[in-house]
Design a protein around this ligand. Structure first.
Ligand code: ATP
Ligand code: MG
Length: 566
């Protein structure tokens, strides 16, 4: 058994090392963005298995998205290649599937039960209500009644029909294991014996069922490490409750708390802007966050555009100029700063927006400027065009999953399906199919679990377009947050003003967006959007000092003159 300071903790600062190398028992790591929370969690697991002789099978790391789980698995493979394959790295949903596959008999399911996607849920609801057009509304009612914990008659009939078809839905994936464990102390003991070390990233976004599952799996004095930042809680609309984070120390008495205060991600101006943006609504008053001085010193740019087309053009133009090696707004203010901007590639840029429909204008502008981009889509893979048809044919073939997919595609194409669509579907299915070898059941499970199976490839040499929600946990050298307008950020649903809680969450979304940036941050807003007048976000007033206006028409003319003079 090696002491702290051994190799796996070497890449960490003293606070991170104290956290990653700490002994058992409940541990809460509460820290702001870019302080290395995820990195600390990864190193903690690596340290436990390779320097503390903890069997990897006893370690359970939980993240929120499949993508985050994949990334953690990759990092651990690099750190502890021999142990990584045995570590359990799961999302809450995949953990639920694991438990349900083991305990299927107790909930009246077969070993290879299916997972209903929303289309299937709607079909089941249409069946039990006999009202097909009303199914969507029924589904919304169902989620609401489940969230508030008041199962009604509809819910009961729906569940019964689902089970008769050997199906569970997404909510069931966590709720069923919770119900099972809550009714069986022996089972709880068995799982606690198995998962001795549990670590959860982004703990500020757990919802009630996930929280209950964790409390069942981890005893009050258990080795549970919870990591998060209350100011980045952005999933309240989905039932997440930051209150679970805030009461960790009551739930797990004697929990140690570690704070991380060094920010390794963002330049000092960006960090200042982030702190000013969150300050009026912070859930962590008096938080310290110190920039470690990397990533240059470019100031935060605020751009005022005439409309969304002009905003898109600003984004494209600025990317173009940064790729050229000089900072656009630094030229504006008479300084030429190339520091930290050299060697940028397309993949170093991200454009973040509150709502998906804002992407259109940006995509048009990037297309026109000849800049390659990829948009992170939230579609479930299983629901993308062509995929369903291919899946329907899989049963009739044998061999590896990939072979089956290809053959199924041929069958579908033979029926005269849309050529291009099916090829795209096969391309999208290929990585997962490869990963699953000849385990067709796993392929189907993963597909139906595929909320986060998206088409976004972090390694592709393209500009990334993402919603603020989808950007959580990520970082980019250059970030644009577009549409900083009242009505968009904070978002206003038609006919309703956001209430105080909603406003607070919108503010946290801006905080998440700002803190994705390493070297350059641009906040933009338009005077008119979709033909209607728009006003600048109330949050920008809080960001206030320290930013500079960039890329505006009169200045742009002046810059041309300057350049000509040069
Ligand atoms: P978020 O709240 O956005 O999830 P985080 O706290 O999880 O952020 P990480 O993503 O783990 O932060 O780390 C942010 C960046 O800082 C990463 O690029 C990481 O490699 C780097 N970093 C973290 N700790 C150190 C360190 N001790 N030395 C150098 N770089 C570090
Ligand atoms: Mg993180």
């Amino acid at each position: 058994r090696k002491a702290a300071g051994s190799s796996l903790l070497d890449g960490l600062d003293p606070d991170q090392r104290a956290a990653a190398g700490s002994d058992g028992g409940p541990l809460l790591i509460v820290a702001g963005p870019g302080t290395g929370k995820t990195r600390t969690l990864t190193h903690r697991l690596a340290h436990l298995v390779s320097e503390r002789d903890v069997p990897p099978r006893q370690c359970l790391a939980i993240t929120f998205t499949r993508r985050a789980a994949e990334e953690m698995a990759e990092r651990l493979t690099a750190l502890v290649p021999d142990h990584a394959p045995e570590l359990i790295i799961a999302t809450f949903h995949s953990l639920g599937v694991r438990i349900l596959r083991e305990q299927h008999e107790r909930v009246g399911l077969s070993a290879d039960f299916g997972i209903a996607d929303s289309a299937r849920q709607l079909a089941v609801l249409a069946e039990v209500t006999g009202d097909e057009p009303g199914a969507r509304r029924a589904l919304a009612e169902l989620s609401r009644s489940r969230r508030t914990g008041t199962p009604d008659e509809l819910a009961e009939r729906y569940t019964k029909a689902l089970r008769q078809q050997d199906l569970v839905d997404f909510d069931d994936l966590v709720a069923l294991p919770v119900a099972l464990l809550e009714a069986d102390a022996e089972l709880v003991a068995a799982y606690r014996e198995r998962y001795r070390w549990i670590a959860v990233d982004e703990y500020q976004d757990v919802d009630e069922q996930q929280y209950r599952l964790l409390r069942l799996l981890a005893p009050p004095d258990g080795n549970l490490t919870a990591i998060g930042d209350p100011d980045q809680a952005i999933y309240r609309f989905r039932g997440a409750d930051v209150g679970f984070f805030l009461r960790f120390r009551q739930d797990f008495a004697g929990a140690r708390t570690v704070q991380l205060t060094r920010n390794y991600r963002s330049n000092p101006h960006i960090l200042d802007a982030a702190l000013r943006a969150i300050e009026p609504g912070t859930l962590v008053p008096g938080r310290e966050l110190h920039p470690m001085g990397e990533h240059g010193n470019a100031r935060v740019g605020v751009h005022h555009a005439a409309d969304e087309r002009a905003e898109g053009a600003f984004v494209a133009r600025t990317i173009d100029q940064l790729l050229g090696g000089a900072s656009f707004h630094s030229l504006d203010s008479g300084r030429v700063v190339t520091e930290g901007t050299q060697g940028l590639g397309f993949s170093d840029f991200a454009v973040l927006y509150r709502t998906d429909r804002q992407a259109r204008a940006v995509m048009d502008a990037l297309t026109q400027a000849g800049l390659p981009f990829q948009k992170r889509s939230h579609d479930r893979l299983a629901e993308r065009p062509g995929v369903e048809e291919i899946l329907a044919e899989l049963a009739y073939a044998g061999g590896t999953v990939l072979d089956r997919v290809r053959r199924a595609a041929d069958v579908v194409l033979g029926r005269g399906a849309e050529e291009a669509e099916i090829h795209t579907a096969v391309d999208l299915l290929k990585p997962l199919a490869r990963e699953c070898g000849d385990d067709l059941a796993r392929f189907r499970t993963e597909l139906s679990l595929g909320i986060e199976v998206d088409t976004w490839d972090p390694r592709a040499d393209r500009v990334s377009l993402l919603t603020l929600h989808a950007a959580k946990g990520l970082e980019f050298p250059v970030v644009f947050v577009v549409g900083c307008e009242d009505g968009l950020l904070p978002l206003r649903w038609p006919g309703a003003e956001p209430d105080a809680e909603e406003l607070a969450e919108e503010r946290r979304l801006l905080f998440v967006g700002i803190t994705r940036a390493q070297q350059h941050l641009y906040l933009s807003h338009a005077a008119s959007r979709a033909g209607r007048p728009a006003s600048v976000s109330r949050f920008l007033a809080d960001v206030g000092d320290g930013v500079e206006r960039v890329g505006e028409a009169p200045k742009a003319r002046r810059r041309e003159t300057q350049l000509r003079l040069l």
